[in-house]
Design a protein around this ligand. Structure first.
Ligand code: GLA
Length: 330
């Protein structure tokens, strides 16, 4: 449906490339490793890299002619503790931390040079609330704010062909959007090799509004960057809805989800000149991190395919829109 517009991706892991194999091969042309390329997965100890699981995903992409995005090099979560320590009971200093970062990026980006076309170089560095631009983190504390620029420089050296992304969530919220914009603008003004912005797009039926999404797209695109939705899912629930009693999705919510997906993809198509990929954070409702977050045990149904991998109302609505000439749900 979207082959003419942008790549359609899914986050996968070594289990889902088996349980969802046919679905992935048939409906998607790009994948992202859900956890397997994060720092702590690849590099648990200073002298030890574990590439097994990541390699499996890379081979799956290669064999099935799928594009692959790399995720992620610098983040405040899922990062090994040794990285921030000096090995003598103290904290690593800036020089040591940057030397380790460079070596990690060289090794990882270098290894997957021929398979990965785009990297989320820095993930979630911007603060959600308040006046501060950057969130407090070990990176900021031990290195100072230029850990971001350094990461992009190291990644560019390791693979000059790769498209380098800054990736974040709440990306359509006006306050956070403006901060992300400020960060990106300052990186570009300093000549830092950043090429794209990743809008995670962990959305729900109600938020963010279409106007907010549109304004975010226009604002980021005004920097001349390419945009990708990198972790799209459409939760049936508001973020703080505590209900855990549902074992199947209510028909009226699936209908709202179909309308919402149609409206969102209609908007994304309008911006296909600046949006180069839309990746879902999963593929079908049998496996989603949203079953455990933010409410543990609240089953969710965020995707276009159901638990048996059959197309949902949302999928059919997108198909209808496509057959009518890309006009979405009109
Ligand atoms: C963030 C990260 C992803 C993933 C999701 C939740 O958005 O970027 O790697 O951990 O949270 O699964």
């Amino acid at each position: 449906m979207f082959a003419e517009d942008f790549h359609i991706g899914a986050a996968v892991n070594p289990r889902t490339i088996k349980t969802q194999e046919q679905l992935l091969i048939h409906h998607f042309n790009s994948i992202t490793a859900e956890n397997e390329m994060k720092f702590e997965s690849l590099h648990p100890l200073e002298d030890i890299y574990r590439f097994g699981a990541a390699d499996e995903l890379v081979i799956f992409a290669r064999e099935n002619h799928l594009q692959m995005r790399g995720h992620t090099l610098v983040w405040h979560n899922q990062t090994s503790h040794w990285l921030f320590q000096d090995g003598k009971g103290g904290a690593a200093d800036r020089e040591l931390l940057l030397a380790r970062l460079k070596s990690h990026i060289n090794t990882v980006v270098g290894r997957y040079k021929n398979d990965i076309y785009a990297w989320d170089v820095v993930n979630e560095a911007v603060a959600d609330e308040g006046e501060e631009l950057l969130r407090p983190s070990k990176w900021l504390e031990l290195c100072g704010p230029d850990f971001i620029a350094k990461a992009f420089e190291f990644a560019h050296e390791a693979d000059p062909q790769a498209l380098l992304f800054y990736n974040d969530y709440n990306e359509s919220n006006p306050l956070k959007r403006d901060k992300i914009f400020t960060l990106l603008k300052s990186l570009l003004d300093q000549g830092v090799p950043v090429h794209g912005v990743g809008l995670q797009a962990h959305w729900n039926l109600y938020d963010p509004s279409l106007d907010e999404i549109r304004s975010a797209i226009e604002k980021y695109a005004s920097l001349g960057l390419t945009l990708q939705l990198t972790e799209l899912d459409m939760s049936l629930f508001r973020f703080d809805d505590r209900r855990t009693d549902l074992t199947k999705p209510p028909a009226e919510l699936l209908e709202l989800q179909a309308e919402r997906y149609a409206a969102v993809f209609k908007l994304l198509r309008e911006y296909k000149e600046v949006i180069s990929a839309v990746t879902f954070w999963g593929a079908a409702d049998d496996y989603t991190w949203l079953d455990h977050f933010p409410v543990h045990g609240r089953k969710n149904w965020p995707f276009l395919f159901d638990e048996q991998h059959r197309p949902k109302a949302a999928y059919n609505r997108l198909l209808q829109g496509t057959l009518q000439g890309g006009k979405g749900d009109e």
